[in-house]
Design a protein around this ligand. Structure first.
Ligand code: PGA
Length: 258
């Protein structure tokens, strides 16, 4: 397959991952459903590096439920700045999230970029705020439409450049490659193309930010196709949306965490 050669660590036996991020987005609809879903994640085993990012409204109860597990708490958003007097109606600051016990924050998700007008200035500010507060930014990048690899690469590198301008090389960072056209849970994505892009991202990060930044893949991942991505050592984990709402999918995916 095109691109596989580019991943020098290709290894058919390697089908476990380091990071599994469950992005619940604006789901589920009720607190009791959130509890049910969380119980499914907990039942799947006490694995490190499983990160659950529920909506803000459920953070408190999810935090209580994961207290005796090694599951980490993630947030789906954060304020891009900390103006004096807290003058940013509707936003939640990085210091509040960190004080609450959030460890990871998803930044620059395509739904925020394209439906809520999040731009490079926001992404850059959020990365800075999150790192300063001692949490780990999970920065999403990805081309918006299905286009040639070279154009897609241009778009992705541009987002990295703009979004990570102020990222600290001394602090932790995770990047997730999510081709926007592949998001939705049921899209047909070529793992070889995704891996090829992840290699490009890794090379860019090595040169411009720091070495060994974990790069994850996201976009229509489920238990059945997860191994196709994880067969490559350069893919350090998965960011999962739709499948994270299905308890069966959740346990099968958690199984794969190293
Ligand atoms: P999906 O979403 O798994 O439903 O494609 C991934 C994401 O949007 O993070």
């Amino acid at each position: 397959m095109v691109g596989m050669e580019a991943c020098s660590w290709y290894d058919e036996e390697q089908t476990t991952m380091n990071y599994l991020v469950f992005n619940w987005k604006m789901n589920p609809g009720t607190r009791s459903d959130a509890d049910k879903l969380m119980r499914a994640v907990i039942k799947s085993g006490k694995k490190k590096n499983v990160i659950v990012a529920p909506p803000f409204a459920y953070l408190e109860r999810i935090k209580k439920m994961i207290q005796k597990t090694s599951i980490a708490l993630g947030a789906q958003n954060v304020a891009f700045s900390q103006p004096s007097g807290g003058m940013l109606t509707g936003e939640v600051s990085a210091s509040m999230l960190s004080d609450f016990g959030v460890e990871y924050v998803i930044i620059g998700h395509s739904e925020r970029r394209y439906q809520l007008g999040e731009d490079d200035v926001h992404v850059r500010g959020k990365v800075e705020m999150v790192q300063k507060a001692g949490m780990v930014p999970v920065v999403c990048v990805g081309e918006r439409h299905n286009m040639s690899f070279s154009r897609a690469k241009q778009a992705v590198i541009r987002q990295l450049f703009a979004g990570l301008k102020n990222a600290s090389p001394r602090k932790k960072l995770i990047v997730a490659y999510e081709p926007v056209w592949a998001i939705g849970g049921d899209k047909d994505v070529s793992p070889s193309r995704a891996v090829r892009m992840i290699m490009e991202i890794q090379t860019w990060l090595d040169r411009r930010v720091k070495k060994n930044v974990p790069v994850l893949y996201g976009g229509s991942v489920h238990a059945d196709n997860a191994d196709d991505f994880l067969a490559h050592r350069c893919v350090k984990g998965l960011l999962v949306g739709s499948a994270s709402l299905n308890p069966k999918e959740v346990s099968a995916l958690v199984e794969k965490v190293r």
